[in-house]
Design a protein around this ligand. Structure first.
Ligand SMILES: Cc1ncc(COP(=O)(O)O)c(C=O)c1O
Length: 371
């Protein structure tokens, strides 16, 4: 059996009629960038997330860097990021000249450790830390209570990286709506995925939303009157209508992912593998279903790949050890939990259309492969 990490064709096929006619309408109207289709999608995102403002942007990475710029983060300012996440979490602040300041993760949730964050903030750092980007990794929220308390104490801006967690909830609030703002990615493989690059920024802060509108569109306050050094971070209408169609199905898809995860948890219990830990404060929308072996994740991934199962390692190198961040001066051993997770965590295929037969095959293969 061959089981891909994700099969988007299965997701798209039943929606094909709706998607085709939505795209056709954009072409017929020849209204391709921002405009009414983007505004309609933004309105639906506001309703879905119960947030006052949602701004469609070009991708999740730009959602983060644009948010930092609009919050006044400048070149040389420190921005705390977890050491174990996708590159873009730290790439975004670095791209605007800010300095990523890494923190370790919690060993159970893989999300930023509030304790590690506090240790960093309590000591004298080379840079003045002005913001934090907590990541809701794999689809469950970080400990936002602890993070918001530290942010208040140290006067930090909080930009949530909700790229993998659109729809997850922290104590009844949607991921991305708790800090000053939240960045979302609609990369095609995300739980809500566009047909190309796309993202959004969520915020309840009117002043920030007004700033972001200008920053997102070349600093245009009035057409051809540029008040700030803005960027081209606009969302296009074809992505907006695709996302608008898919948004109607998102909760159903996330429920199916949760059911797939529940079945994995049940059938893989008692093995020498750690199944996901979900704290009471968050829901999990299982963008990824992540297991942990005390041996080598790479070996286990290779074994599963050999069985035709597209297991992945997210992420094999923690950010403080990535070549691109060498200039920051970190070394091996600085963030033990992040380094351990990079050696031990691997994923199993999870998506709404994964069949029971496929899942049973994966489970059987995992059981046979545990050593
Ligand atoms: C945690 C995290 N942050 C940021 C991003 C960046 O999103 P995008 O690919 O839309 O720029 C991603 C996307 O993979 C992500 O997983």
């Amino acid at each position: 059996m061959k089981i891909p990490a994700l099969d988007l064709r299965k997701q798209i096929a039943p929606l094909r009629g709706e998607l085709d006619s939505a795209i056709k309408e954009v072409i017929d109207q020849a209204s391709f960038i921002l405009g009414e289709y983007v505004e309609r999608f933004e309105q639906h995102v506001c309703e879905y997330c119960r947030v006052k403002y949602a701004l469609g942007v070009s991708n999740g990475t730009d959602a983060l860097s644009l948010s930092l710029l609009a919050l006044g983060i400048k070149s040389g300012d420190g921005v705390i990021c977890p050491a174990f996440t996708y590159y873009a979490t730290a790439g975004a602040p670095a791209s605007i000249g800010a300095v990523p300041v890494f923190a370790d993760i919690d060993q159970d949730t893989y999300n930023i450790s509030v304790e590690s964050m506090e240790k960093i903030l309590a000591k004298k750092n080379k840079v003045k830390v002005k913001a934090v980007i907590p990541v809701h990794l794999y689809g469950q929220c970080a400990d936002m209570d602890g993070i918001m308390q530290l942010a208040a104490k140290y006067k930090l801006k909080v930009v949530e990286d909700a790229a993998q967690a659109f729809g997850a909830e922290f104590q009844g609030k949607k991921a991305g709506t708790i800090g000053d703002c939240g960045g979302v990615s609609f990369y095609p493989g995300k739980n809500l995925g566009a047909f190309g690059d796309a993202g959004a920024i969520l915020t309840n802060n009117k002043t920030l939303a007004e700033k972001l509108l200008i920053w997102r569109n070349q600093g245009n306050e009035n057409k051809y009157y540029h008040s700030v050094l803005g960027r081209n971070n606009r969302l296009d209408a074809i992505q907006a209508v695709v996302l608008d169609v898919k948004l109607r199905y998102l909760d159903e898809w996330n429920r199916k992912r949760q059911e797939v995860a529940r079945y994995y948890n049940e059938k893989l219990a008692g093995l020498a593998l750690k199944t996901p830990f979900v704290p009471g404060y968050t829901t999990h929308i299982y963008h990824q279903y992540t297991l942990r072996t005390s041996k080598s994740n790479k070996k286990f991934m290779d074994y599963l790949q050999g069985k035709g199962i597209d297991s992945r390692v997210f992420y094999p190198v923690p950010l403080h050890l990535q070549k691109c961040f060498k200039y920051l001066g970190y070394k091996r051993g600085d963030f033990p939990e992040a380094e351990k997770a990079a050696k031990q965590a691997f994923t199993l295929p999870i998506y709404p259309d994964l069949t029971r037969e496929e899942q049973d095959y994966i489970i059987q293969s995992v059981r046979e492969g545990v050593y």
